[in-house]
Design a protein around this ligand. Structure first.
Ligand SMILES: Nc1nc2c(ncn2[C@@H]2O[C@H](COP(=O)(O)OP(=O)(O)O)[C@@H](O)[C@H]2O)c(=O)[nH]1
Ligand SMILES: [Mg+2]
Length: 176
C-alpha cells in the first residue's frame, strides 16, 4: 500500500494570502471556492474562500503533495477543521497589517494546537511592507508565551520562492 500522501494546509485570517500562496505553489489550476463576501468586504477584497482551495504539486522525488487552503472567516471554522484533518503540516499565514495579528496568532495556534505542539506548523507573515510594522521578534515572543517554538518568516504570498521557503522549513521541522 502506498503511504498516505503529504497534505499541506494554508490557514489564517481573511486576506492573509492563503489563496494566493496556494496558486503560487500548485502545478494544476487550483480549485477555488470564492464567493462574494457577506460580511467584512473591503475596497481591496470583495470575495472570500467559502469551503476550501485545492491544488497539487509534485516533489523532485516524484511524491505528490496535496495543497489545501481553508476559509478565513471564523464562522467557517468547522470547515477549517475538516479541511485540515490528517494534515502533514499547517502553514499559518498572518497579515502583519491586520489590526491585531497577536489575536490571529492566538486563535489559529489554538485551532490547530495539535500541529503547533508537534512542530508541524510554520508561520508566514505577509504584508510586512504595510504601515503596521510588527517586527518578527514579536511573533516569536507571542509564540513562546504560549509554549510554542515554530519557524517564522516574512513572506509575500505572491512570491513563489517565499512560499517554497515555508514548505522547506516545514519539511525540515518534520524530519526531527
Ligand atoms: N501587499 C501585499 N499583498 C499581498 C501579500 N500577500 C498577499 N497579498 C495580496 O493580498 C490579497 C489577499 O490575498 P488572498 O490570497 O485572497 O487572501 P486569503 O483571504 O487568505 O485567501 C491579494 O490581493 C494578494 O495578492 C503581501 O505580502 N503583500
Ligand atoms: Mg482565500
Amino acid at each position: 500500500m502506498n503511504p498516505a500522501p503529504i497534505k499541506l494546509v494554508f490557514t489564517g485570517p481573511v486576506g492573509s494570502g492563503k489563496t494566493t500562496a496556494l496558486h503560487q505553489l500548485s502545478e494544476i489550476t487550483p480549485v477555488v471556492t470564492e464567493q462574494a463576501m457577506t460580511v467584512g468586504a473591503t475596497v481591496n477584497k470583495t470575495t472570500t474562500t467559502v469551503a476550501l482551495d485545492y491544488g497539487e504539486v509534485t516533489l523532485e522525488n516524484g511524491e505528490k503533495v496535496l495543497l489545501f487552503g481553508t476559509p478565513g472567516q471564523r464562522y467557517y471554522d468547522y470547515m477549517c477543521k475538516i479541511v485540515a484533518q490528517g494534515a502533514t503540516g499547517i502553514m499559518l499565514l498572518l497579515n502583519n497589517d491586520n489590526a491585531d495579528p497577536q489575536n490571529d496568532l492566538a486563535y489559529f495556534t489554538e485551532l490547530f494546537a495539535d500541529h503547533a505542539k508537534r512542530g508541524a506548523m510554520v508561520l508566514g507573515i505577509t504584508h510586512t511592507e504595510g504601515a503596521r510594522n510588527n517586527p518578527l521578534q514579536r511573533y516569536h515572543a507571542w509564540l513562546s508565551d504560549r509554549g510554542y517554538m515554530l519557524p517564522v518568516f516574512a513572506v509575500d504570498a505572491r512570491n513563489r520562492d517565499d512560499v517554497i521557503l515555508m514548505v522547506e522549513a516545514l519539511a525540515a521541522s518534520l524530519e526531527y
